[in-house]
Design a protein around this ligand. Structure first.
Ligand code: SF4
Ligand SMILES: [Zn+2]
Ligand SMILES: [Zn+2]
Length: 344
C-alpha cells in the first residue's frame, strides 16, 4: 500500500477520502483538517486563548496536541469526576501528557472542591450519571473560561460524535436541538464561545493520530457510558459507512450546508432570558443555577462506589508499547467495522 502523496510505504488507508498515507502525510492530513475546520467555521485566531476540555481520552489529547502543533495558545482543563479507578487513570494520563509537553493543565476535583462525585450525584438524584456529569462539566468549563480570561472553550467531539448526535436528533425530530447543532456556539450572555475543531476527523483517525504521535491515552470509554444511546447510533452509522464510505461526512456536513439554518429560528425562540445566579453568578434562567442546586442537593452525601450503579466497565490503561497495541487494535477494530485497514 503506497502513500497517495509521496508513494512511500502507507500506514493507513482512508476510504472516504480514497487515499492512503504514510506517517508524515497522515499527520499532515490531520493538521490540515483541523486547520480547515478552524478557518471555515471561524473558531478562533492565533491570539485567542483556547481552553481545551481534557478527559485523558484520544480525542481530547489529540485535539490539544494538534492545536499546539498548529501554534495556538491552548491550555487544558481536566475535571476529576470521581468515577473510581477510571477517573484515577484519566487524571494520571492527562497530567502525564501535559507534563511531558510542558503544557498548562488546570484541574478541578469535584469531591475536593464541591463535595460530591458523579456516582454519588447519580444515586442521590436517581438520574443517569451522564445527566449530573454533563451539567457539572458544562458549568465548570464555563466558569474556568470566564474567570481565567479564555476566549473560547474547545472540545474533542469528532465526526462520529457529531453524526451520531445528528442521527439521534433527526430520529426524534428534536428541532430545537437541530437548530443548535453546529461546530461553533457563539458567546452569549456570560457563556463562553464553544468550538469543536475535530469535526472533520473520524474516531478512527484521532486514534491513529495518537498512536502515530506516541500519545498515551485511556483506551476505554467511561464505565458509566453503558447503555448510552449514542453508542447505538454510532454502530448504525458505522454499518452505513462500511457499505458506503463518506456517508457520515455527507450526513453531517450536508446538514450544516443545507438544513441547519432552517431550524435556527426554533432554537432562538426557545432561548429564555438569562440573569446571574444569586449563588455563583453564572448565567441562568432561574434564581439559582442548576449546578448550585445540584451541589446543594448532593454535597456531603455518603459516597456511592461506581460498582453500586451496576457498571461492568472494564478499566485498562495502556502505556507506551501497550498503548500502541491497544490503540492499534482499537483503530483496527473500527477499521474492520468500516471495512478498512490500518497499520499504525
Ligand atoms: S459517559 Fe461518563 S464521563 Fe461521559 S458524561 Fe457520562 S458519566 Fe460523564
Ligand atoms: Zn507520504
Ligand atoms: Zn450558581
Amino acid at each position: 500500500m503506497k502513500c497517495t502523496v509521496c508513494r512511500g510505504e502507507a500506514v493507513i488507508d482512508l476510504r472516504r477520502h480514497n487515499a492512503n498515507f504514510c506517517r508524515e502525510h497522515f499527520l499532515r492530513f490531520c493538521r490540515d483538517q483541523v486547520a480547515k475546520a478552524i478557518a471555515e467555521h471561524r473558531m478562533f485566531g492565533p491570539d485567542d486563548r483556547v481552553l481545551v476540555a481534557v478527559s485523558g481520552g484520544k480525542d481530547s489529547l489529540a485535539l490539544w496536541d494538534l492545536l499546539v502543533e498548529l501554534g495556538y495558545r491552548a491550555e487544558g482543563l481536566y475535571i476529576d469526576l470521581g468515577i473510581g479507578s477510571y477517573s484515577e487513570a484519566s487524571t494520571a494520563t492527562s497530567v502525564a501528557f501535559a507534563e511531558s509537553r510542558g503544557l498548562t493543565l488546570h484541574r478541578v476535583d469535584l469531591r475536593e472542591e464541591h463535595g460530591y462525585d458523579i456516582p454519588t450525584a447519580a444515586a442521590v438524584t436517581r438520574r443517569v450519571p451522564c445527566s449530573s456529569c454533563g451539567l457539572s462539566k458544562r458549568h465548570l468549563f464555563d466558569e474556568v473560561a470566564r474567570t481565567g480570561g479564555f476566549d473560547v472553550v474547545a472540545t474533542g467531539h469528532n465526526l462520529d460524535d457529531e453524526a451520531a448526535v445528528l442521527l439521534g436528533n433527526v430520529l426524534h425530530w428534536q428541532t430545537e436541538y437541530l437548530g443548535r447543532q453546529a461546530p461553533v456556539l457563539e458567546e452569549r450572555d456570560g457563556f463562553p464561545k464553544k468550538v469543536k475543531p475535530l469535526v472533520r476527523l473520524s474516531e478512527r483517525e484521532t486514534a491513529a493520530y495518537c498512536v502515530l504521535r506516541g500519545i498515551d491515552y485511556i483506551v476505554e470509554e467511561c464505565p458509566m457510558a453503558a447503555g448510552n444511546r449514542h453508542l447505538r447510533y454510532k454502530e448504525a452509522l458505522n454499518a452505513l459507512e462500511a457499505a458506503s464510505p463518506g456517508t457520515k461526512h455527507a450526513f453531517y456536513f450536508e446538514f450544516l450546508d443545507k438544513a441547519a439554518d432552517r431550524f435556527r429560528p426554533e432554537a432562538r425562540a426557545s432561548q429564555e432570558e438569562l440573569r446571574p445566579c444569586t449563588s455563583c453568578g453564572a448565567p441562568t434562567t432561574a434564581e439559582v443555577c442548576a449546578f448550585c442546586r445540584l451541589v446543594e442537593r448532593v454535597r456531603g452525601a455518603e459516597p456511592v462506589p461506581v460498582e453500586v450503579l451496576g457498571s461492568k466497565g472494564r478499566r485498562r490503561r495502556r502505556r507506551n508499547g501497550a498503548a500502541r497495541d491497544g490503540a492499534a487494535a482499537e483503530a483496527g477494530a473500527t477499521a474492520a467495522a468500516a471495512g478498512e485497514r490500518v497499520r499504525p
